[in-house]
Design a protein around this ligand. Structure first.
Ligand SMILES: [Zn+2]
Length: 359
């Protein structure tokens, strides 16, 4: 490993993944900013001692700084997000850094482990089909052999088709997900599992990101609307849901929410889209949902009854390395660049939830 030269791009990833600016990092490690800047631009080869300090403060195993993977940059077109316009630059950089690092980890786990699911992802050009995104959603549902009716578990559906879903706390509510598909790697969905975000919202987010991954190779103006149409058809297939969207009342909405595991807002929008309610009915229902939400725009009624889907595959790949491939904690840290096992636990979400539960 040490035969490889220090790779400045990895330092930038490590720094941005921790949301530090160059000057903040330089203060943190007590060197001047010019040094950090020169190391990052590749002009200055850092001493062993500095590398140790960087590894320690940025909480990566030192092997990380010698990796040679291709890094996709901040302005790259490979990423899709479900985010607000107001998302701060540094948070976006953090998410991109995490996506790059997660892709590197997945590549190593898949290389030495086994990904058992048959790979069922395929690119669908939505304009090849008369039905556009709606037809694309039907094609994916049928190639994935999903039964009709509600998608029981959106996360499992993606994972069964060979995708990787990774949950982490983004530290903000301004973004819900980042996704990418760079063959031959499996598609990766980085999902904001901030404890404030409800299960039905995560499901809709995943369906939306799935649309980008299968339909959109390059950004274009219509992609957000297309992704929403795809997600609506994927989670609420027109043929099956339309008959129950006439004469919507609050009680009916509550039942439909429990059955389809989507938000009342999504159901109202779907009904309006399918022309089973008028514009004034739509507005009336939205006002009533808002009233029952206690004025909260974020929390709808029945949120606690929505399932919180847990990603499994990433976790399983790591467990395979520990149990079947007999990796020691040190070997695993080395492979995945975690500073220590504890960091792994806090970074990816499964165990953060456990900790929340156990107080
Ligand atoms: Zn989107």
């Amino acid at each position: 490993m040490m035969n490889q030269p220090f790779n400045p791009e990895m330092l930038i990833l490590a720094r941005e993944s921790r949301e530090y600016s160059q000057s903040e990092l330089s203060r943190l490690i007590s060197v001047n900013q010019a040094t950090v800047s020169r190391v990052e631009s590749g002009v200055l080869e850092p001493q062993e001692e500095l590398i140790s300090v960087l590894a320690d403060r940025l909480r990566y195993h030192r092997s990380f700084f010698y990796q040679t993977d291709k890094v996709y940059g901040f302005n790259s077109t490979v990423f899709f997000h479900r985010k607000r316009q107001s998302l701060a630059d540094r948070v976006l950089r953090k998410l991109h850094a995490f996506m790059n690092i997660t892709r590197m980890r997945v590549a190593r786990l898949v290389r030495s482990g086994t990904l058992e699911s048959p790979f069922r992802f395929q690119q669908i050009e939505s304009n090849e089909y008369a039905g556009g995104p709606t037809a694309a959603a039907r094609i994916v549902r049928s190639t994935w052999m999903l039964p009709s009716g509600p998608v029981r578990n959106m996360t499992a559906a993606i994972e069964d088709a060979g995708g990787i879903v990774v949950g982490m706390d983004f530290g903000t509510r301004q973004a819900d997900a980042v996704s990418e598909w760079i063959p031959p790697q499996p598609p990766i969905f980085l999902l904001n599992c901030n404890s404030e975000i409800s299960g039905d919202r995560l499901r809709l987010t995943l369906a939306h990101e799935l649309a980008h991954v299968v339909m959109h190779k390059f950004p274009k103006p219509e992609i957000e609307e297309e992704a929403n149409l795809f997600a609506a058809e994927f989670l609420m297939p027109r043929k099956e849901i339309k008959p129950s969207l006439y004469g919507l009342t609050m009680n009916k909405l509550a039942d439909l929410k429990k059955y389809w595991k989507v938000s009342m807002a999504a159901l109202i929008m779907r009904a309006y889209e399918l022309k089973t309610i008028t514009d004034s009915q739509r507005r009336y229902l939205f006002i009533n949902v808002a009233k029952r939400s206690g004025g909260s725009r974020i929390h709808e009624p029945l949120e606690s009854e929505m399932p919180l889907e847990e990603p499994q595959v990433f976790d399983r790949l790591i467990k395979t390395h520990v149990h079947d491939l007999a990796y020691t904690p040190e070997q695993l840290s080395n492979l995945l660049f975690f500073d220590d096992a504890q960091d792994f636990r806090s970074e990816y979400l499964g165990e953060r939830r456990l900790r929340l539960v156990s107080g």
